[in-house]
Ligand binder design. Structure first.
Ligand code: ZN
Length: 251
């Protein structure tokens, strides 16, 4: 399996072409890519080529995906796995893109056995072992500290890897207690800030659930790294070990 896959990937990289002008256009709008070294940019490009070849990206309904849309999503999806490799995304193939917020109907039974139906508008959603769903309008709203693509792919990295429903497992070579304790303590401290109405630089949505905390902090790790490293140094260090990147250290 590994041999065939490697052979196939080498062939894709040899034959696939990326439009240089489009690459420059798309990456120039993503300010958090600016510190990448030439070597890292090249690796990102290769991952993006493989991502576009192995994953299936579809527009929902009649929404036709322009090359720019595909490339932008692929670039942002591949940044978190720059030093982990595409195999992290092995267990699924689909990315579904809606032009704007999409509505999801959910039914949940409460403790009394009453079923509540909710209908909410979402910017993104990630299914365990299944597709990532994104709203292109919300992808375009990304700013420092807010990035729906990185958010949903952080969920994928979490839910399709080891770990429990709160947090992903540490990577080989990491101290498991240090990883877990840092995430738990940071989450508690963040929730205390939100409960006390103290202003949080990070989106208060991170207090919803430990898994959301991980996804939101991953957004900040890649798109507002200097601030995360300053305000949450222990968490930053653990995420740097987890993603095997040091975005705040990039000039
Ligand atoms: Zn989420």
């Amino acid at each position: 399996m590994g041999f065939i896959r490697n052979w196939r990937r080498r062939r894709v990289l040899k034959n696939a072409r990326l439009d240089d002008a489009l690459w420059s256009k798309v990456t120039s709008t993503l300010s958090f890519l600016r510190g990448l070294t030439d070597k890292e940019s090249w690796r990102l490009r290769e991952l993006v080529l493989l991502f576009l070849s192995e994953k299936e990206m579809h527009g929902a309904g009649t929404f036709v995906l322009a090359d720019e849309v595909r490339l932008s999503i692929a670039v942002q999806a591949c940044l978190p796995i720059l030093n982990l490799g595409l195999d992290v995304y092995d267990s699924w193939v689909g990315v579904i893109v809606y032009p704007g917020e999409f509505r999801v109907r959910k039914e949940e039974m409460d403790a009394d056995g009453v079923v509540h139906t909710t209908d909410e508008g979402l910017a993104g959603e990630a299914w365990p072992g299944g597709p990532v769903v994104l709203s292109w309008e919300d992808v375009g709203l990304s700013e420092r500290g807010y990035n729906v693509v990185i958010h949903e792919f952080a969920h994928k990295i979490h839910m399709d890897g080891g770990g429990d429903q709160d947090f992903p497992a540490e990577r080989p070579g990491m101290n498991p207690e240090r990883w877990r304790e840092t995430l738990e303590a940071s989450y508690q401290s963040f929730c205390a800030d939100v409960d006390a109405d103290r202003p949080t630089f990070i989106d208060p949505y991170a207090a919803e659930h430990p898994a959301e905390f991980f996804a939101v902090m991953s957004e900040a790790f890649f798109t507002e790294s200097a601030v995360l490293a300053r305000d949450w140094p222990d968490l930053y260090r653990q995420l740097a070990l987890f993603y095997r990147q040091d975005p705040a250290g990039r000039g």
